[in-house]
Design a binder for this molecule. Structure first.
Ligand code: GDP
Ligand code: IMO
Ligand code: MG
Length: 423
């Protein structure tokens, strides 16, 4: 038995979904423990593309159990739609393979509207959120005024609580000069979604505990990435949950000493969507990847900002998450380059930094210090094993592992399930 926490080691979109799908073959249960439908995890199997937002990527293998844990914020209408979409793609979604925690908090329409209004108000200082209402929903959870799945499963109680929350939030929306929400409409749409979700809702902590006792193997599917973590990320340019390894425990109710391994997923370069500091960002490199039709967001369709591999950031991610081994994705994105840069240090004024500064203003001022590695200028997307990779690609990957202070165990050379090399 071995339980693995999979985390994004950068700013999200590292290819977590693809790696989870690959690893699910030998696991029994896949658990999401934080975030909401701000996530977009793309998996391609046999030429068919699936984009998962709230449902764990393990759902694509019909015999595995998927759990949406207590730490996730669930938009019931969005998850009901996601279930319908997967079913339309002939993916089985029943109570035999999906469970939703009764302690998970709900995302409501006023959360989305407040998210939008706060961004508008911030103007050029906006975070660049996905506008899915994630921040306001986690805000309500921390303020102890949120509605949870357990409330939702009791229609009368839900409607009563919703009426009070709509009243308060409409007053705030009015202060922003925004349109209020209609209690009647929200209530009706949510109760409808509630009927659909009811079979999936239960105490997932007890389920996971019993599964542990039975020796089942679990995978914890991180959403977002280390530098979007509410505590450790580039605050305030972050999301509102703990995206780092500890979040898997609090967001699922599985104790830390039951975890066996932390796998860090990272791209062979760096990307970021939304605003905030990004020391290795490079316009020319971004243009090259976008020109190849790559690096457009799975949730909002926005073009991702791209840059060189940032070993300063990943070194810190390794520290925070306790990363044991790494999966490097999108190696093929570098196939055409003659020379590839890796940032090993930052310069902040006259100081040399080995780890990122805590304050985002300092990080904005940091100048990356690069080493250069020779490229391989050979397509890698057909490589099936380590020895199929060009020598320079092997050397590049080993350098990333050395700088990340972790062992390289997976290299990915394409979006398909079978474009995965295990070391
Ligand atoms: P996640 O949010 O971490 O699951 O990552 P996303 O799915 O948002 O973004 C990763 C993107 O890279 C998706 O479009 C994947 O299909 C794609 N992808 C993952 N691994 C590889 C790879 O090794 N090569 C290529 N070309 N694409 C990949
Ligand atoms: P996955 O799981 C990349 C970013 C947004 C914004 C910030 C806050 O696919 O890796 P939010 O809507 O969460 O309040 O937005 O976080 N962001 C992501 N970036 N991948 C994600 O998820 C993200 N989820 C949120 O772009 O900068
Ligand atoms: Mg994504």
């Amino acid at each position: 038995m071995s339980n693995t926490i999979l985390v994004g080691a950068q700013w999200g979109d590292e290819g977590k979904g693809k790696i989870i799908d690959f690893l699910t073959e030998t696991a029994d249960i896949v658990v999401r423990s934080q975030g909401g439908n701000n996530a977009g995890h793309t998996v391609i199997v046999g030429g068919t593309k699936y984009v998962l937002h709230l449902i764990p990527s393990g759902i694509l293998r019909s015999k595995k159990m998927c759990v949406i844990g207590n730490g996730v914020v669930v938009d019931p209408v969005a998850v009901a739609k996601e279930i319908d979409g997967l079913r339309a793609q002939k993916i089985k979604v029943t109570k035999e393979n999906l469970m939703i925690s009764d302690c998970a908090h709900l995302v409501l329409p006023y959360h989305r509207l407040l998210d939008e209004q706060r961004e508008l108000k911030k103007g050029k200082n906006k975070i660049g959120t996905t506008k899915r209402g994630i921040g306001p929903a986690y805000g309500d959870k921390a303020a102890r005024v949120g509605l949870r799945m357990a409330d939702f499963m009791q229609p009368e109680l839900f409607s009563e609580k919703l009426a009070a929350r709509v009243k308060e939030n409409n007053a705030v929306l009015k202060a922003f000069g925004a349109k209020p929400v209609s209690f009647k409409e929200v209530n009706a749409a949510y109760l409808e979604a509630g009927k659909k979700l009811a079979p999936f809702v239960s105490n997932t902590v007890v389920y996971l505990h019993n599964a542990l006792k039975a020796g089942k193997e679990m995978l914890f599917e991180g959403a977002q990435g280390t530098f979007l973590d509410i505590d450790h990320g580039t605050y305030p340019y972050v999301t509102s949950s703990n995206t780092t390894a500890g979040g898997a425990c609090t967001g699922s109710g599985v104790a830390p000493h039951r975890m066996d391994r932390v796998l860090g997923v990272m791209k062979a370069y760096t990307t970021r969507v939304g605003e905030g500091p990004f020391p290795t960002e490079n316009e020319e490199f971004s243009d090259m990847l976008h020109g190849m039709g790559r690096e457009f967001g799975a949730t909002t369709g926005r073009a991702r900002r791209c840059g060189w591999f940032d070993a300063v950031a990943v070194r810190y991610a390794s520290m925070i998450n306790g990363i044991d081994d790494i999966a490097v994705t999108n190696l093929d994105g570098l196939d055409s380059l003659a020379k590839i840069k890796i940032c090993t240090h930052y310069k902040l004024g006259r100081k040399t930094l080995e780890v990122p500064p805590s304050d985002f203003r300092d990080l904005t001022e940091c100048k990356p210090v690069y080493i250069e590695m020779p490229g391989w200028q050979t397509p890698t997307h057909e490589a099936k094993k380590w020895s199929d990779l060009p020598k320079n690609a092997q050397a590049y990957l080993q350098k990333l592992a050395e700088l990340s202070e972790a062992k390289l165990t997976i290299a990915s050379v394409g979006p398909n399930r079978d474009q995965t090399i295990v070391l």
